[in-house]
Write a protein that binds this ligand. Structure first.
Ligand code: ZN
Length: 290
């Protein structure tokens, strides 16, 4: 285990398990709230932004030969699944020293720095200084991405290809800060491969069919197509395959009080079995390529 306190934890395959070129990462499940957050909301409210327990759902992945990386910092503090320039300038005190590129996520209030947890529930009653946002980027965002890129590069170097699953959860019902219409009830699981550009189609198909066999109702690229992490690291032409997975929260937790529910064990077992299937796939594919 590799631990950077408050920032990230990486679990490698245990001794005796042969490494497979597969990486799982959970960028939004962190719940170590930094002292310098300066939010106006209590942690109990900020927790609504977490992808709580997602790293636990995939905790069996290393036993099958994969690396599992998880952020420890909360997504409401700085979001690892956004570009570092996807910042709403209205959240910043003064002038950002470089051009900013606020995208559709910033428009929804969920850019690199989050405006609200849910519509109307604002994180701050102030603007953030350039220095504090730069510090968050350097201490958290860059270190998380360095760890993720390092794990992907090591696997790719050793096996000639890498298969990566970027793990998330989604609210069970859409609201005014989501890409789909408020009130929409979500499918069980949404896979995002950026309309077929972040991984080979066979990988999306394998994950979809495996999850369907376990009894889940699976959508692809609707309403979530995959965000910054799979955009940044997926490059199927060079053997880098990244797929985003969103699991509906009420399948495994009580969203109102942030505790696991009676479905947790079933979903966790299914994600362990999914990890085994992905590792089998990667083992066979990398052998065929080598
Ligand atoms: Zn997420």
């Amino acid at each position: 285990m590799h631990l950077v306190p408050g920032v990230l934890v990486r679990h490698d395959p245990p001794r005796g398990v042969a490494p497979v070129p597969v990486v799982f990462d959970s960028p939004h499940s962190g719940r170590v709230y930094p002292d310098d957050f300066g939010a106006v909301l209590p942690v109990s409210a900020l927790r609504g932004a977490e992808d709580a327990f997602v790293e636990e759902l995939f905790s069996a992945a290393p036993e099958h030969g994969a690396v599992l990386l998880a952020a420890l910092f909360p997504r409401s503090y700085i979001d690892g699944n956004r570009a570092p320039d996807d910042i709403d300038p209205r959240l910043i005190e003064g002038e950002w020293p470089a051009p900013l590129k606020p995208g559709p996520k910033s428009d929804l209030g969920i850019g690199l720095i989050r405006r609200a947890v849910v519509p109307g529930l604002f994180v701050y009653d102030r603007r953030l200084t350039v220095a504090e946002v730069e510090r968050r980027i350097a201490r958290y965002w860059r270190r998380y991405h360095a760890a993720l890129k390092g794990a992907l590069d090591r696997a790719h170097r050793a096996h000639g290809a890498v298969w990566h699953i970027d793990c998330h959860s989604m609210k069970s019902v859409a609201n005014g800060m989501t890409p789909d219409a408020a009130g929409t009830r979500r499918r069980d699981i949404v896979l995002g491969d950026r309309d077929g550009t972040s991984c080979e189609p066979g990988f999306t198909r394998l994950v979809k069919e495996t999850l369907e066999r376990f009894g889940f109702d699976v959508a692809v690229n609707d309403p979530y197509k995959g965000a910054e992490i799979v955009r940044r690291y997926g490059d199927p032409a060079t053997g880098r395959h990244s797929l985003q997975v969103e699991i509906r929260r009420d399948l495994f937790m009580n969203e109102a009080v942030h505790v696991r529910n009676e479905g947790f064990a079933r979903v966790q077992a299914a994600m362990g079995d999914l990890a085994a299937a992905v590792c089998d796939y990667a083992r066979a594919r990398s052998r065929a390529l080598g």
